[in-house]
Design a protein around this ligand. Structure first.
Ligand code: FE2
Length: 199
């Protein structure tokens, strides 16, 4: 069973290959392109992972993308609308990429990979929880996830059990510890989604 995980088009694009429940390879695109926080489709990272696993795209059983683009798009539209006309410049900058790539992610991934199988879109916080719980030594554990924002969730908790994670409760955008952190990053003159690590 070959599962390829992909994150792309936000920041720090990356790929990961899991074979029969074992992580075989994981890599960030920036390591190959030498472009800090590279957010483009992770062609290089994917090739690296497939090479490490000794497989081709046609051997992949499932591709998993790290969030649900349509729900995220709904949140972005609602937010722009709530604050309009403030944010119009950022809106004009962001929308073409959404229409060109993010909303048609399934078709985009199929085309880019030459893959015709199943593509899964777990919720963003499910992905965070899974990335921590599944490689952990625990069969059952509580998890707490706090980030900037996924689709709507900014903080969530739940239970990981054997091969599943269950979200029990979440706090929604705009109430976000991560975005508050980013606001301070911006205020102190650093770049958002980058300078947080320095601060
Ligand atoms: Fe996140």
């Amino acid at each position: 069973m070959n599962i390829l995980g992909i994150s792309a088009f936000y920041h720090d694009s990356a790929a990961c290959l899991v074979q029969d429940g074992t992580i075989i390879a994981a890599a960030q695109e920036e390591r190959f392109t030498r472009k800090k926080h590279d957010f483009n489709f992770p062609h290089h990272a994917i090739s690296f992972c497939l090479n490490q696993g000794g497989i081709k795209a046609s051997d992949i059983d499932y591709v998993a993308f790290y969030d649900k683009p349509f729900i995220k798009f709904e949140r972005i539209l609602e937010t722009y609308l709530a604050y309009a006309p403030i944010g119009i410049r950022s809106f004009i900058k962001a929308i073409p990429m959404w229409i060109k790539q993010k909303l048609f992610m399934k078709e985009f991934i199929k085309k880019e990979l030459g893959f015709d199988g199943v593509i899964l879109f777990p919720e963003h916080h499910e992905s965070h929880a899974a990335s921590a719980f599944f490689p952990s030594p625990f069969q059952r554990a509580a998890f707490l996830t706090m980030d900037g924002v996924g689709e709507w969730a900014t903080t969530s908790y739940g239970v990981g059990n054997a091969n599943g994670v269950q979200l029990l409760a979440e706090i929604h955008f705009p109430h976000s510890l991560g975005l508050l952190y980013s606001a301070f990053t911006y205020y102190t003159g650093f770049k958002v989604n980058s300078g947080e690590y320095r601060i």
